[in-house]
Ligand binder design. Structure first.
Ligand code: APR
Length: 246
């Protein structure tokens, strides 16, 4: 498959499923996890911060890290890549499904999920917290007025970051909706992810298994690249511009 055929396939697709990773937020100034020169994990060991054990060992440290990332994402703005996916959703309507591994909330701020299609945050998000006692999910206060840990307005229980941590399961309904959407997709786009964390990375194979087309946009080759229909060595915004209009 070449670029022109990939463009035609996307234009003709009735059902489009998209998976995004940290790479689509790189152009908003948010570090990716694994890029050696800037990846967040390069400075932290994941198990020391993003895991239930880390949280129970030292909730204040974990909240300190998440509160810092919360401030960062609230200071960031969606970039052209996020905006182009919102435009694609407007074009495809209810045939559009976006599953993101990102927790920065930028797709929602670009309007994704409100333009006729669906948005699912597979790993949760940094801008809400979940009560450890009653499960209530609440938006965090504005960064300048936020001192962690937040307290549940319903039961006064301590609230944890509303993130799926290493070793935890993804929300069942979100994963099921994503699997169904990728299985039904005529075209799937895999954008800005290293494709090493499952089950998210496995979604591409749901589309391939049903004879669909899977197009990757990533400046680097990934573990998924050899299996896909076409891979565009581009950033998210430039790759989406090349695939779907100027
Ligand atoms: N445009 C598109 N892709 C980019 C860009 C860009 N401007 N810059 C970097 N990338 C690519 C990198 O080449 C890399 O393949 O984005 C990818 C980022 O990979 P990771 O840092 O591994 O992030 P991600 O794939 O989202 O990680 C998946 O792992 O740590 C867990 O839960 C965490 O959701 C995260 C999951």
């Amino acid at each position: 498959m070449n670029l022109s055929q990939a463009r035609d396939a996307l234009a003709a697709a009735r059902r489009v499923a998209v998976l995004t990773g940290a790479g689509i937020s790189a152009e908003s100034g948010i570090p990716t996890f694994r890029d050696a020169q800037q990846g967040l994990w390069a400075r932290f060991r994941p198990e020391d911060l993003a895991s239930p054990d880390a949280y129970h060992r030292d909730p204040a440290l974990v909240w300190e890290w998440y509160a810092g990332r919360y401030r960062d994402v609230m200071a960031a703005t969606p970039n052209a890549g996020h905006d182009r996916l919102a435009r694609l959703e407007r074009e495809k309507g209810d045939g559009f499904f976006l599953a993101t591994q990102n927790v920065d909330g930028l797709h929602a701020r670009a309007g994704s999920g409100t333009l006729g299609g669906q948005l699912v945050e597979l790993h949760g998000n940094l801008i809400t917290a979940r009560c450890e006692v009653c499960g209530q999910v609440e938006a965090l206060p504005a960064p300048e007025g936020f001192t962690p840990p937040p307290v549940c307005s319903r039961c006064s229980g301590r609230m944890r970051p509303n993130i799926v941590w290493f070793g935890e399961f993804l929300p069942e309904d979100a994963l099921e909706a994503a699997s169904d959407a990728f299985a039904a997709a005529d075209v799937a786009l895999i954008i800005g992810t290293s494709g090493v964390v499952y089950p998210a990375a496995g979604l591409a194979f749901e589309t391939l298994g049903r004879g669909g087309t899977v197009i990757e946009i990533n400046p680097s080759e990934t573990e998924l690249t050899p299996h896909l229909s076409f891979s565009l060595r581009e950033t998210a915004s430039r790759g989406l511009a090349a695939l779907n209009g100027g």
